[in-house]
Ligand binder design. Sequence first.
Ligand code: GLP
Length: 237
Amino acid sequence: MKVIVVKDQAAGGVEGYKVFKNALDNGAKVFGLATGSTPVTTYQEIVKSDLDFSNCTSVNLDEYVGIAPENEQSYKYFMKSHLFDQKPFKESFLPNGLAANPAEEVKRYDKVIDEHPIDLQILGIGRNGHIGFNEPGTSRDVTTHVVDLTESTIEANARFFASENDVPKQAFSMGLASIMKSKHLILEAFGENKADAIKGMIEGPDTVDCPASILQNHANVTVIIDEAAASKLSKKY
Ligand code: GLP
C-alpha cells in the first residue's frame, strides 16, 4: 500500500483529486465512487477543477434499502449534490434502494460492475474497518449483496438522519470480491476515530474481523490519511 499522510481533510482532498486527475489523464473511464463525509473534500476539489467526466461512467459502492433516490438521505441524492450536478458523467449507476426484488437487484448490479470494470475506486472506512457496507465477518467471496447494518454503523450514520430510528437497517453493497476487482483503489480516512481501523487495515492481521485488511492483498492501493487517523500506526510515513 502506498500511504500518504496529510495534515488534515482539506489537504487529503487535494491528494485525492490528484489521483483522480492522474487516472483520467491515463485513460481511466470507469470510476467507483463512495459516499460519507470522507470523500467530500476530494469531490470539492474535482468540482473546482476543469476535469471532465462526460465520457466516463461512475459506479457507486452502496445504497440504503427502502430509501427513494430523491430522498435527501439517499446516496443517490448525496452523489447528485456533491458531484454529479456539477460534474456529470456519461452514465452513473447506484443500487436501487426501492428495488421490489432485492435478489434481482443484486444480480443487476453485479452485471453493471462486470460490464463496467472499475479503473479507480475511492473508499472510506468505517470505525470498525468496514468498506462499502461490508461489516466485520463478511465473507470475502461475495459480490453485491444485501447487508444487515451493525449497531455501530447505524449509530455512526445517525448523524445524517433525524434520529437513530430513522437510519435504514439494511443496505445494498458491493462485496469485497467486487471491490478487489478494481484496478486501483484509494482509501481515505480522516480523524482520530478512524485510527484503530487504519491500524488494523495497514498493520493488523489480514482478517475478516477488519474487512479493510483485505486490501493488503491488492497490488495498487493508495491510502490518504490525516495525522489523526495515522496516529496509531507504529511506522512513520
Ligand atoms: C458508511 C458508508 C461507507 C463509508 C463509511 C464511513 O457506512 N457505507 O462507504 O466509508 O460509512 O463514513 P464517513 O466517511 O462518513 O466517516
